[in-house]
Ligand binder design. Structure first.
Ligand code: PLP
Length: 421
């Protein structure tokens, strides 16, 4: 019964440090967000104690009457939000969701066609050290050298030659909409299943600000913690005909007991994702990314050999191309860290630098939109980043501009008092 700070001061202190970091700096990692207080409460709850292998109404453990209500709510909300026939909300993470999807759709040794990791794909879409690359026979498509966009004619050619069992669309680093109808037509042409991993842009889809893959794909997977703004976890949506296979691929195929505290937090965040406030937040996320892309194509930045992949963005992130810049990805990440902005370095397509260094930065606006940023604040943060990347040596001024923005938009006020609910 002792409070955390008393029982385990070392962990408590590191947690306090992380809270201070989130408050005092500007979070622009494109895969991160700030969850609402209600989501933290659901996740930090007694539900963490409960085992509930199986599915609502068909559990392998007793005492599941309350967690059944929660999982049913989460499933119903996921289906309604995205207009899907079927939802499984048990995956512990995006990677686990994807493992289950692959297990349901294909057998080891069969062919998977996905976006190359080096061109913005995810590890679970066939990277050779990942289970997906080890278990399946992987072919990749990439972006074109000219405009860094996915060329659907090229995807069609590769698919016709490869005859994959599954085609995966979706990405971890790609700043444009994908053509889901074209993916569907290619899948139909070669007799493949279409899986879309919408982990990054699910929040935009929920808000109606991004084309939905649900009508086109056999199966859609997602994380819940990126633009969708919920707890770290995954979910799967599908046409009803896939329900049985997917459920059994998640449990017992890939996982044991579901994390009911995470599922409760998912239910809460899926409720929030249906609100007007959420839509407004997604709109500010999009506008913020456009403001950023515009600033980073300004003359002072371009003069330093810095550019923005595809010249702009349709989504919540901007990919900065440093291939012609003195600055590499690591240095860019460090420079922005020094002024108080957190981003991640990211390989760009055809990157000449090694993967631990890279020639790119991936900068996202979802977390700051959740913090309340609108046009004015995004214009300011975009200018701070632009000025830094254009080589300003006045780091102190940039730092104080960051501190002012952070102070103007307080985060988790009063958290110290209620986190031990
Ligand atoms: N799918 C995509 C497209 C992603 O970008 C990510 C995370 O980066 C994942 C899946 C994996 O999610 P997780 O880190 O929860 O396993």
């Amino acid at each position: 019964t002792a409070p955390l700070a008393e029982l385990d001061p070392e962990v408590a202190q590191a947690m306090a440090g992380e809270l201070a970091r989130q408050r005092d700096t500007l979070e622009m990692i494109a895969s991160e967000n700030f969850v609402p207080r209600a989501v933290l409460q659901a996740q930090g709850s007694v539900l963490t104690n409960k085992y509930a292998e199986g599915y609502p109404g068909r559990r392998y453990y007793g005492g599941c009457e309350h967690v059944d209500v929660i999982e049913d709510l989460a499933r119903a909300r996921a289906k309604e939000l995205f207009g899907a026939d079927f939802a499984n909300v048990q995956p512990h993470s995006g990677a686990q969701a994807n493992a289950a999807v692959l297990m349901a759709l294909m057998n080891p040794g069969e062919k998977l066609l996905g976006l190359d990791l080096a061109h913005g794909g995810h590890l679970t879409h066939g990277m050779k050290l990942n289970f997906s690359g080890k278990l399946y026979d992987v072919e990749s498509y990439g972006v074109s050298k000219e405009d860094h966009r996915i060329d659907m004619d090229e995807v069609r050619k590769i698919a016709v030659a490869a005859q994959p069992k599954v085609i995966v669309a979706g990405w971890s680093a790609y700043p444009r909409h994908e053509d889901f109808a074209a993916f569907r037509s290619i899948a139909d042409e070669v007799g493949a299943y279409l899986w879309v991993d919408m982990a990054h842009f699910a929040g935009l889809v929920a808000a109606g600000l991004h084309p939905s893959p649900v009508p086109y794909a056999d199966v859609v997977s997602s994380t819940v913690h990126k633009t969708l703004g919920g707890p770290r976890s995954g979910l799967i949506l599908a046409k009803q005909e896939w329900a049985k296979k997917l459920n059994s691929a998640v449990f017992p195929g890939q996982q044991g007991g579901p994390l009911m505290h995470a599922i409760a937090a998912k239910a809460v965040s899926l409720k929030i994702a249906g609100t007007e406030e959420f839509k407004d937040r997604q709109q500010r996320t999009l506008t913020g990314a456009k403001i950023l892309a515009e600033r980073l194509t300004g003359a002072d930045v371009v003069d330093k050999g810095v550019s923005v992949l595809t010249g702009g963005t349709d989504v919540h992130l901007v990919l900065v191309d440093l291939r012609n810049s003195q600055l590499d990805g690591q240095q860019g990440e460090d420079l922005l860290h020094e002024v108080g902005i957190t981003v991640n370095r990211n390989a760009v397509p055809f990157d000449p630098r090694p993967p631990m260094v890279t020639s790119g930065l991936r900068i996202g606006t979802a977390a700051l939109a959740s913090r309340g940023f609108g046009d004015e604040q995004f214009t300011e943060v975009a200018d701070i980043i632009g000025t830094a990347l254009a080589g300003s040596s006045d780091v102190e001024t940039l730092k104080s501009r960051v501190s002012k923005l952070a102070a103007d938009f307080p985060l988790y006020e009063g958290l110290e008092d209620w986190r031990l609910i």
